[in-house]
Ligand binder design. Structure first.
Ligand code: DGL
Length: 261
């Protein structure tokens, strides 16, 4: 079984890519909805949540764990690997490397949570993979919460998204990295704003390819999906159709359940 987790709904964008790439694998998705968002929390809090949820997933029998959250990866993937050395762990990091490679203007922008934006891990990623490329990092407080509440068509929020992107595009950024898994669900808002000027960069498919490489026998299950949430599991299940993931619903082995981690 592959365990995938996030603070809330964002990691469903990664889950979807993994479910497409590994249709027979059994998947369990944990949304830490009692503590979302992570992006405004401190590192010690995020680390404690990652260790608790990771432990829960390992106890349930997961043999591969995906931290489907840039914020949790930046703050705690090293601690997770140290605590569970026998379990392969795939983290999610902003697609700085592919964006820097693809940029014609040698100028990219990263949209991320406050926590990821200030993280040493992102600074290192930029140092290592964007040499000679201008990288603007834009913290986007509140965006993940808009996804959580499924307020995706709110015109005030659309205007805020436009205001955030305008200076980045005007300055010449031609690759906009979605540095938070929640932002994949904002693509319908972002695409018209960047159209003809920049490309959106999301790493969900790359993460799924890494899972294919590491899955081994875990790839061959019954294609079942378990949804777990630390609060309001019914909202997690209802989010599937709301986020265009209705095709995952028939895979559900049982209704989404509350889990204590
Ligand atoms: N989805 C998460 C990420 O990729 C975090 C969003 C949040 O909880 O603030 O960063």
């Amino acid at each position: 079984m592959i365990g995938i987790f996030d603070s809330g709904l964002g990691g469903l964008s990664v889950l979807a890519a993994i479910a497409r790439a590994l249709p027979q694998a059994d998947l369990v998705y944990f949304a830490d909805t009692a503590h979302v968002p992570y992006g405004d929390k401190d590192d010690a809090f995020i680390r404690a949540r990652v260790l608790a949820i990771g432990g829960h997933l390992v106890e349930r029998g997961c043999t591969l764990v995906v931290v489907a959250c840039n914020t949790a990866t930046a703050a705690a993937v090293a601690a997770f690997r140290a605590a569970f050395p026998a379990v392969p762990v795939v983290g999610v990091e902003p697609g700085v490397k592919p964006a820097a490679k693809a940029s014609r203007n040698r100028h990219i922008a990263v949209l991320a949570t406050v926590s990821t934006a200030r993280s040493e891990r992102l600074a290192r990623l930029i140092r290592e993979h964007a040499d000679g490329v201008r990288v603007d990092v834009a913290a986007c407080p509140g965006w993940a919460t808009k996804v959580e509440t499924l307020h995706l068509a709110d015109p005030d929020f659309a205007a805020e998204v436009g205001r955030q992107l305008a200076p980045l595009l005007d300055a010449g950024a031609d690759q906009i990295v979605l540095g938070c898994t929640h932002y994949a669900f904002l693509a319908p808002l972002l695409e018209p704003v960047v159209a003809g000027r920049a490309a959106l960069v999301d790493v969900a498919d790359a993460v799924a390819r890494q899972c294919v490489r590491l899955a081994g026998p875990t790839a061959h299950g019954r294609g079942r999906l378990h949804l777990l949430a630390s609060a309001q599991p019914e909202r997690l299940q209802a989010a599937l159709p709301a986020l265009g993931l209705h095709w995952l619903t028939p895979r559900l082995a049982q209704p989404a359940a509350r889990a204590h981690a």
